[in-house]
Ligand binder design. Structure first.
Ligand SMILES: *Cc1c(COP(=O)(O)O)cnc(C)c1O
Length: 356
């Protein structure tokens, strides 16, 4: 039987290796990791590879993804990264730990936790400048004071998220502020945080610099495990695999054609008026893959071919000297946006490989 196309091939061994190297690295300074699966639609085999690499928390922003992993028999401490009021009942049913920033939502969690006879653990997110989720530092103490009045809610720690919306880099200053806040809240409320979660794949450089890590004892890491890089500069992390994901598509037309469209120029399929430079006759190939499947700008081909353009269901390539024929496979590496879109596409088959 022919392999299905398009397909995304995922090396579980490489993901497990990355998870292991990273968890050993971060453990050296007392930092545990949450493996973040949201870019993979909560693919259970990927969660399993992370767990085998020594990670003990699995974190995802979607309840559906966490449910999918649980249904597949993945056993871990699951963490919900994004909590919505309307889902409070389901949150309590599905996960033990969630990140939170709103009293109204925590109140609802408390109510359903009581009904379901559970203790729900929360990590309160603090705003340290990136301006996505978080409570402003000055509001943290009154916030905690109120949350302590809610039954069946256990505040297990605080956290912050940087380098997502505002592009703010984790550094000694904001990490120290998180540490100081943790200590101040513990003192004020006579409590003990088991988790101080300092960020995500953008925290690598901060970690590697020679400053101390203070009270930070956890990070939530997706991209570093999946793509072997940190995310402030996009630099690769030594000893990690960068291409655990490969997207493979099929050539459905291969012809010599002019590089310059002929006729009267109007709009392309997405309302843009394209401009072209005449490069004479080209070896052109069309692959059965398009914007409906993947973020095309995230693709980088393994062979020397150039992406000339794309529409919903077609990508046009300059195939140069690659000798692509009908039925040939073209292989691409992906960045984070590419993994996210390809893993979410119902048209792309997910193929798990257990070799490197
Ligand atoms: C997505 C996400 C992460 C993981 O980010 P990476 O850059 O993939 O490491 C961590 N924390 C939160 C709150 C997230 O939403």
């Amino acid at each position: 039987m022919q392999a299905f196309l398009p397909r995304i091939e995922i090396s579980l061994s490489q993901i497990q290796h990355n998870a292991q190297i990273l968890s050993e690295l971060y453990r050296q300074k007392g930092i545990s990791l949450m493996g973040v699966t949201k870019a993979t639609l909560g693919e259970p085999a990927i969660a399993a590879a992370m767990l085998q690499g020594g990670i003990n928390f699995i974190a995802d922003s979607r309840l559906e993804n966490i449910q999918r992993m649980k249904d597949a028999g993945i056993s871990a401490q699951f963490v919900l990264l994004r909590t919505a009021l309307s889902q409070a009942e389901l949150v309590i049913r599905t996960v033990d730990i969630s990140l939170n920033t709103e009293l109204e939502t925590i109140k609802a969690l408390s109510r359903y936790a009581k009904v379901q006879n559970k203790i729900h653990q929360i990590i309160i997110m603090v705003e340290l400048g990136d301006l996505r989720e978080g409570i402003l530092p000055d509001d943290l103490a009154p916030f905690i004071h109120k949350v302590l009045g809610f039954p069946n809610i256990d505040i297990i720690g605080i956290g912050c998220n940087l380098a997502c919306y505002g592009g703010i880099k984790p550094d000694a200053q904001n990490m120290d502020e998180l540490s100081e806040l943790a200590t101040a809240m513990e003192t004020e409320f006579q409590m003990n945080f088991t988790i101080v979660s300092g960020g995500n794949s953008a925290n690598y450089e901060w970690y590697q610099s020679n400053q101390g890590t203070g009270r930070i004892n956890n990070l939530r890491v997706g991209e570093s495990i999946l793509l072997g890089c940190e995310t402030v500069y996009g630099r690769r992390i030594p000893r990690l695999y960068r291409h655990a994901f490969k997207l493979i598509a099929e050539v459905i037309e291969a012809k010599e054609k002019p590089s310059l469209p002929f006729g009267t120029i109007c709009q392309d399929a997405f309302g843009n008026i394209p401009a072209f430079i005449d490069q004479g006759i080209q070896h052109r190939a069309i692959i059965a893959l398009g914007r409906q499947d993947v973020l095309v700008s995230s693709l980088s081909a393994e062979n020397d071919v150039e992406i000339l353009g794309s529409s919903s269901d077609h990508i046009v390539l300059d195939s140069k000297d690659c000798d692509l024929k009908i039925g040939s496979e073209v292989r691409f590496n992906l960045d984070y946006g590419g993994i996210l879109s390809a893993m979410t596409s119902p048209f792309i088959q997910k193929t798990m490989l257990v070799h490197f």
